[in-house]
Design a protein. Structure first.
Length: 309
């Protein structure tokens, strides 16, 4: 197989944007809608890239497309190139106006409750003109955003080690507690019977998350079935509303229960369920001055917050 000629003018930036969208959407139609082009245009663009590379980037199936090993590898490189281009534009802008700038931070439940808001507040005291954009999502979706340069840093639970492309740094370790509202029938019981937990509705994280797998293992070790009466939610606002209005139970970072007077931690030990909270960045590109400023604020904040038991 000859080395693909990627610098002969045939490969365009629009091709890289298309590959990123195809991998995230899992279908040509979905990518076309996202990019505001027709499906035939997206199909033709994919064919052009595959012709340039000389390999099939996706497998076609009844439910859409999935990347081959070539497609997954090329997606990572495409996202890295797009991220570098995004960063180049922002770097020029920040050089023109050093006091302003923009940083985009992705977060999920473990990072959004206390650490990130406090760090943003601290940062704005010294950089009031710096714009902070906060994006919430699942860890998997945010990682794709990070790889493509649409997010500068992710704050939240760390579930994987550092790799060639992704750098992860722990800020602190945090426990997970089962939470409910103070009026919940189990809230005042000092020794909650495990079999009684499944008698109430539950809020569970998505099946793709590490916390979901750990909770499933928690129930299996105790000989219990996963609660049948359950909902799966990723939005903390929805989780909190369900908890304070109804007799739901949810596994939440201990910070949330400690900081919110309308929530109560149940007397149920989750000794094997916990996590490290930290920062995830792209190892293959330099951070902008604005991203560095936010990370410095996150590290300072983490050193001064009290970690609840």
């Amino acid at each position: 197989m000859n080395l693909p000629k990627l610098l002969d003018g045939r490969l365009k930036i629009r091709h890289l944007v298309l590959i990123d969208a195809l991998t995230r959407q899992g279908s040509v139609g979905g990518a076309a809608v996202e990019l505001h082009v027709t499906q035939p245009v997206a199909t033709r663009g994919l064919q052009e890239v595959e012709e340039i590379l000389g390999v099939a980037l996706y497998e076609r199936g009844p439910r859409g497309i999935s990347p081959t090993i070539f497609g997954q590898a090329f997606t990572e490189h495409a996202r890295a190139v797009l991220a570098q281009l995004n960063e180049a534009g922002r770097h020029v802008l920040e050089l023109a106006d050093a006091e302003r700038g923009t940083v985009s931070v992705g977060t999920h439940l473990a990072g959004s409750s206390v650490l990130l808001p406090m760090a943003i507040g601290l940062l704005k005291q010294t950089r009031p003109s710096l714009t902070v954009i906060v994006r919430e999502g699942t860890p998997e979706a945010l990682l794709a955003e990070l790889e493509a340069g649409r997010v500068d840093v992710i704050v939240g639970r760390l579930t994987s080690p550092t790799t060639e492309f992704i750098s992860r740094r722990t800020l602190y370790d945090e426990t997970v507690r089962l939470c409910c509202r103070p009026q919940h029938p189990l809230a005042q019981i000092l020794d909650v019977p495990l079999e009684g937990l499944t008698a109430y509705p539950w809020i569970l994280p998505g099946v793709e998350t590490s916390l979901r797998r750990e909770l499933e293992e928690f129930f299996v070790r105790r000989g219990l079935d996963l609660p049948r009466n359950r909902v799966e939610v990723t939005s903390f606002l929805t989780v909190r509303k369900l908890l304070i209005e109804y007799d739901f139970i949810a596994a939440l970072p201990s910070f949330i229960a400690a900081e919110d007077s309308r929530l109560r931690a149940l007397a149920v030990p989750l000794d094997t369920v916990g996590h490290s909270v930290g920062i995830t960045t792209a190892a293959t590109r330099a951070l902008s001055p604005s991203a560095v400023a936010l990370i410095d604020s996150l590290e300072t904040t983490a050193q001064h917050i009290a970690i609840p038991d």
